[in-house]
Design a binder for this molecule. Structure first.
Ligand SMILES: O=C(O)C1=C[C@@H](OP(=O)(O)O)[C@@H](O)[C@H](O)C1
Ligand SMILES: C=C(OP(=O)(O)O)C(=O)O
Length: 431
């Protein structure tokens, strides 16, 4: 698929959508299960390109991972059982794969070299290399240890524990340091300014790691082993649900049920913001799955108004800003987004791409260094836009096209990174 044409939706979105597995939790389930020594069945694993990069990565480190058609079964060799890979490991497009794996591999007694696609090769890796080197890891990367390709040199001794005050809100950096902390001599401490997603902390605790969270301080002690339950159930990804939350809120006459949505409070910023904008979102069937809160969501069209989104909430909706920008462009009044400079170092420079591409179908978007100012009340024109090979941009463009006058999306196939069923699901909701 090169281009994708999305037609305008004239009679609202209707019906039910079941959200595929959470990308962040899927990555972690395969990595952490691979560090245990009993088989772990992963239910509702996200079979999207990013998570498959993690599967291939763990397989090249000697972990037996099989897809039985329903579930993924991981048979690890214990905490110290990873083997030297025979080839360079390709992390593809996935920042989570690369950064978390670096934390796991920093303390190993063998050499690993990573590469990735063009986008990942532009993204900053010094943010992980720096604290890992403070722990005593030896890592060499292009451009003065900041970019791929990256080689992790064999470690002769255990890593040193550090206390690390996070210079930016990033669950990937936090997770890399915590995972390295499993292989350190003493207690590793992380101090966060604004809390980022806590799936690593929850899953490591469930696997028996000695990890303690007190407000914004996380402490992890070295582990002898990790012990997983026989099976893990992955909740649906709220970052994927976000497209339907916005689409149903802004397309007249819509009324949909979004089933199986992960409701971890470190991820629900999108719901808080949409409700604050006047969205009609109801929660039903609240439950937990493998230590993560889950619910079904009932969303109906509502007239939205502008809002202010500031630094503190950004980590709780960091991947949802592109689709929030779509909602803001049709809402009444002005929406300001600030403290969102992290968007510049994702799969694309998302602030710049939102400005460049959205300006082809709507007026009123101003790009700031750390965010956007969006003046609403727009009617979207038909346009041809480029996803810039960024899955979150492609799906946000599709929502705008469905809500407006249709859209042609170039490089549309990148939705396979996180949500392969996205276009088919949109078609189903139109019926
Ligand atoms: O830890 C994770 O699974 C993720 C953390 C976030 O990145 P940062 O840690 O760079 O903020 C997010 O954007 C990414 O999609 C997934
Ligand atoms: C930024 C993202 O993922 P990653 O950092 O894992 O590439 C994303 O999925 O939007």
């Amino acid at each position: 698929m090169a281009d994708k044409i999305i037609e305008a939706v004239n009679t609202g979105l209707h019906g039910e959508v079941t959200i595929p597995g959470d990308k962040s939790i899927s990555h972690r389930s395969v990595m952490f299960a691979g560090l245990c020594n009993t088989p772990v069945r992963i239910v509702n694993f996200l079979r999207a390109q990013d998570c498959m990069s993690t599967v291939k990565c763990m397989q090249s480190l000697g972990i037996d991972i099989k897809d039985n058609g329903t579930d993924i079964v991981v048979c690890g060799n214990g905490l110290h059982g990873l083997k030297e890979p025979q080839k360079i490991i390709d992390a593809g497009n996935s920042g989570t794969t690369l950064r978390l794996m670096m934390g796991i591999l920093a303390g190993q007694k063998f050499v690993t070299t990573f590469c990735g696609d063009d986008s990942l090769s532009r993204r900053p890796m010094g943010r992980v290399i720096l604290p890992l080197m403070q722990m005593g890891a030896q890592i060499v990367g292009r451009n003065k240890n900041t970019l791929l390709p990256i080689t992790i040199v064999p470690q002769s001794d255990d890593l040193q524990a550090i206390t690390y005050k996070m210079p930016m809100a990033s669950a990937q950096v936090k997770s890399a340091v915590l995972l390295a902390g499993l292989f350190a001599k003493d207690t590793t401490t992380i101090i966060e300014t604004y809390p980022s997603r806590d799936h690593t902390e929850r899953m490591l605790k469930a696997f028996g790691a000695d990890i303690e969270v007190l407000d914004n301080i996380i402490k992890i002690r070295p582990a002898e082993k990790l012990t997983a339950p026989d099976s893990i159930e992955i909740p649906g990804d709220i970052s994927s649900a976000a497209y339907w939350l916005v689409a149903a809120s802004i397309i007249k006459d819509s009324d949909i049920f979004i089933k199986n949505v992960g409701m971890n409070p470190t991820r629900t910023g999108i719901i808080d913001v949409l409700k604050d904008m006047g969205a009609d979102i109801g929660l039903v069937n609240e439950r937990t799955a493998s230590g993560e809160p889950v619910a079904d969501l009932h969303v109906r069209y509502a007239k939205l108004h502008g809002t202010q989104i500031e630094a503190e909430i950004i980590p709780r909706l960091v991947d949802e800003i592109p689709v929030i920008a779509v909602a803001a462009a049709v809402a009444d009044g002005v929406t300001t987004i600030s403290g969102a400079q992290e968007l510049r170092v994702k799969e694309s420079d998302r602030l710049k791409v939102i400005y460049n591409e959205f300006s082809k179908f709507t007026a009123g978007i101003v790009e700031k260094e750390d965010g956007l100012i969006i003046t609403g009340n727009n009617t979207f024109k038909n346009a041809s836009c480029d996803s810039c090979d960024d899955h979150r941009i492609a799906m946000s463009l599709a929502v705008a096209g469905a809500a407006g006058a249709g859209i042609n999306i170039k490089q549309a196939q990148c939705v396979n990174i996180s949500y392969p069923e996205f276009y088919a699901t949109l078609d189903n909701l139109k019926k």
